[in-house]
Design a protein around this ligand. Structure first.
Ligand code: HSE
Length: 432
């Protein structure tokens, strides 16, 4: 006889609806493998009259979310409303009532994670959030569990499907940014207001969550330097392509130093990055996500899959629900690895190799003058090519890795140099 675990669901939109359908479909398989029957007993929705395609029992529906949390028959609370409030208060109330919580809410975790982790720990119950970073891809659990003892140095990835779809369209089909964005909106990847995706906020929140778990320190969304893809041009894409790179919006979390107590400096950033075509992340195209992890003993690992959408996200939520149900039955829980507030290294101090595209006069001595400015800021040139443009010349440099402030200093000086007509392109290049 299977043991029944009762679920209270906060939100029944795209992810919640998929979760209801998935629990229905997978119930007997879950019973078979775990001995637990999942039953949804209460569902909070914004509009009770809205038609839904998922198999939802109308008797379970309420528009009062607090009823879900307070219902004594609810064993586990699942939050898929999104946003900070009322999700934060509802989750804190559920934890205080001793109920494990499963959430997909990246914005909330990236801003209030420490408060929630502490509340879960105080109550001695699970707080699971696999779906909050990279959708269906198991990355939170590997970082929390399988790699808990690893000395991780870098976790980086493509964690926003909308921007990866747009960049892939621009690169593989020659689309303009505007056309690719319009196509992403038509297909439902991008919102009508695409700011959160295209300006890197969404990826930044996911980077904060992953960095915090990977490095055992508190990282919030505000710690993440972010630039989006809206300023990229077809010319940037085609130069990168010709040089053997793909441009990806990468979220990069790095640990500097070997302290194991969360006191090493951490750099967390999101920006368009030229990824060498022989790197596994370069071949992640369309709306797919991938996360690349580097550990001292494990070496390199890559996790690939769908980072968004109802069913992929619900798949990650359901995995957490089953995990929480099993832990609940065994009377245990898994603490979220957390530590002190992270010491964040600012973007100025973070290192990258750089791509620089400079439009110049085609006159004797110009190349050495421009190279002199670059070298004068401590940047070492790895490769360079020159093209005539008719009215002048274009110099394209790839540098060795150096601190961001060195490159910004060189750009500022180049802009004031009389033979320089303009800096037409600048991108970070992924290095070792
Ligand atoms: N909008 C996100 C993406 C999914 O495009 O990947 C939700 O985080």
């Amino acid at each position: 006889m299977a043991d029944v675990v009762k679920i209270g669901l906060l939100g029944c939109g795209t992810v919640g609806g998929s979760l209801v359908g998935l629990i229905h479909k997978r119930r007997s398989a879950i019973e078979h493998t775990t001995g637990i029957t999942l039953e949804i007993v209460k569902v909070a929705v914004r509009s009770a009259s809205r038609e839904r395609s998922c198999p939802l029992d109308p008797d379970t529906v309420t528009t009062d979310a607090s009823q879900v949390v307070q219902d004594p028959s609810v064993d586990i609370v699942v939050e898929v409303i999104g946003g900070i409030e009322p999700a934060r208060t509802l989750i804190l109330d559920a934890l205080a009532a001793g109920k494990p919580v499963v959430t997909a809410n990246k914005e909330l975790l990236a801003n209030c994670g420490a408060e929630l982790y502490a509340a879960a720990d105080k109550a001695g119950v699970d707080l699971l959030f696999e779906a909050s970073a990279a959708g269906a891809i198991p990355i939170v659990r590997p970082l929390r569990e399988s790699l808990l003892a690893e000395d991780l140095s870098r976790v980086m990835g493509i964690v926003n499907g909308t921007t990866n779809f747009i960049l892939s369209k621009m690169s593989l089909e020659g689309s303009s940014y505007g056309d690719a964005l319009a196509e992403a909106q038509r297909l439902g990847y991008a919102e009508r207001d695409p700011t959160a995706d295209v300006e890197g906020f969404d990826a930044g929140a996911k980077a904060a969550i992953m960095a915090g778990i990977a490095f055992g320190a508190r990282v919030v969304a505000g710690d993440v330097y972010h630039e989006g893809i809206s300023q990229l041009t077809a010319a940037d894409i085609s130069f990168a392509k010709r040089l053997g790179y793909s441009i990806k919006l990468l979220a990069i979390a790095e640990k500097f130093g070997t302290a194991d107590d969360g006191t090493s400096e951490i750099g967390v950033r999101v920006h368009p990055t030229m990824v060498p075509n022989d790197h596994p992340l370069a071949s992640v195209n369309g709306s797919f996500n991938a996360v690349f992890v580097e550990g001292a003993a494990s070496g390199e690992l890559m996790f690939y899959g769908r980072g968004a959408g109802g069913d992929p996200t619900a798949s990650a939520v359901l995995g957490d629900v089953v995990d929480a149900a099993l832990n609940l039955r065994q009377g245990n829980y898994r603490r979220v690895p957390s530590g002190p507030k992270a010491k964040i290294r600012s973007i100025d101090q973070l290192e990258s190799a750089f791509y620089l595209n400079v439009e110049v006069e085609d006159l004797p001595g110009v190349l050495s003058q421009v190279a002199g400015v670059i070298g004068g800021h401590g940047l070492s040139i790895e490769s360079m090519e020159q093209h005539g443009t008719g009215s002048g010349a274009r110099l394209v440099f790839i540098t060795h890795a150096a601190a961001e402030h060195a490159m910004q200093g060189a750009i500022a000086e180049l802009k004031k140099t009389s033979v320089v007509k303009g800096v037409a392109g600048f991108l970070r290049v992924l290095g070792e």
